[in-house]
Design a protein around this ligand. Structure first.
Ligand code: AQP
Length: 329
């Protein structure tokens, strides 16, 4: 079986974009692959609001419970916390030494995130190398992510190639797994911006959180940005309408043609109302399962400990190979 690796940062509220772009894709392919899903808490440290230790601790458990609630099955997938496996940090240092600064300077996520900060940490700059380490440590074949992560997968491949050129064929070159439609869900308030889970944006009816109540969901979707064109064809719709049509398609699995016919009267109110109900129905079982799991500390601990043990074995093996090839052993 091919190996899959992916992760989510334990920051902010997981939203419907994370679900469609990443988590639902993991679940759909779960039986086909050998899966490893990580809660990337070391990555979260690059974002200012994670500096509060209690907050970070709570968020890590929330994300673990959401993985399970969304349908990640611990019998088919390894779930673990990034900082439980020290090799992620160790490999990052080694890969830093083969990564030219110019490659990191080109990363669009770094450019946009650093613009919003008064003081930019070295960790934010080095984020893609830590991500490359996550992926390469497990000899990953496929990385299922949203479109925003495409550039980070490309640099992972470049880093692995460069390492292999310098030290021999040690690292596996991974491929991305990105949805054709739904890989980039936009904000409801601003359909020009990617839906993002940073806290300040969540306040503005920007995103639907996976734990939002039905009223909150209706409220956010009903106030989504539209236009006055009454255009509901995918190819011709304005970005806000296209975003809602794409969400509707991803969640109902209907064809574009069926959806265009259903909304052919161009009434945006109907699209919003029906989309809200589809989102509420999708999230209802997830929220019920989440509420059970988040209160069952021993179950969560057991899953995360199991995951840690399984991940540790592969991580140690790869690190040994990497170190030997570099002359460190
Ligand atoms: N809008 C999106 N549409 C589709 N997929 C998305 N992903 C993120 N946003 C969308 C995918 O979800 C996974 C987890 O990504 P993350 O932990 O980096 O979360 P985020 O929402 O993308 O958070 P930001 O924007 O990086 O930072 P903050 O914390 O400031 O909100 C990934 O597979 C991602 O592609």
């Amino acid at each position: 079986k091919k190996r899959v690796f992916s992760g989510v940062q334990p920051t902010g509220q997981l939203h419907i974009g994370n679900y469609i772009g990443a988590l639902s894709l993991w679940v759909e392919n779960q039986s086909k692959y050998d899966n490893i899903f990580c809660i990337v808490d070391l990555h979260a440290l690059t974002i200012p609001e994670s500096i509060e230790p209690q907050y970070l601790r709570k968020k890590v458990r929330e994300v673990a419970a959401l993985y399970l609630a969304c349908g990640i099955d611990p019998d088919k997938s390894t779930i673990f916390i990034q900082s439980d496996i020290p090799q992620h940090s160790e490999l990052t240092w080694l890969l830093n030494c083969v990564t030219p600064i110019g490659w990191l300077e080109r990363m669009t996520q770094f450019k946009s995130k650093s613009k919003k900060l008064n003081s930019v940490g070295t960790g934010l700059f080095d984020y893609p190398v830590l991500m490359a380490s996550d992926i390469l440590l497990y000899k990953t074949d496929l990385v299922p992510v949203g479109e925003d992560q495409k550039q980070h997968i490309e640099i992972t491949r470049d880093i692995a190639q460069r390492f292999n050129n310098l030290y021999g064929n040690v690292l596996k070159i991974p491929e991305e797994l990105i949805r054709k439609s739904g890989a980039r869900i936009m904000g409801f308030d601003d359909p020009e911006a990617k839906m993002s889970k940073s806290a300040d944006e969540m306040k503005n009816k920007h995103a639907v959180g996976l734990l939002d109540s039905p009223d909150e969901i209706r409220d956010t979707i009903m106030s989504a940005t539209t236009d006055s064109n009454r255009e509901t064809r995918f190819e011709h719709a304005s970005p806000g309408i296209k975003n809602m049509l794409t969400l509707y398609q991803a969640l109902t699995k209907q064809s574009r043609k069926e959806i265009e016919e259903h909304f052919s009267d161009g009434k945006y109110g109907k699209l919003k109302k029906e989309l809200a109900e589809v989102v509420i129905e999708t999230l209802k079982p997830i929220q019920q399962k989440y509420n059970r799991i988040i209160n069952d500390n021993s179950y969560l601990d057991q899953i995360l400990n199991d995951g840690k043990e399984r991940a540790a074995e592969t991580a140690e093996n790869t690190m040994n190979e990497v170190k030997k090839s570099m002359g460190l052993k």
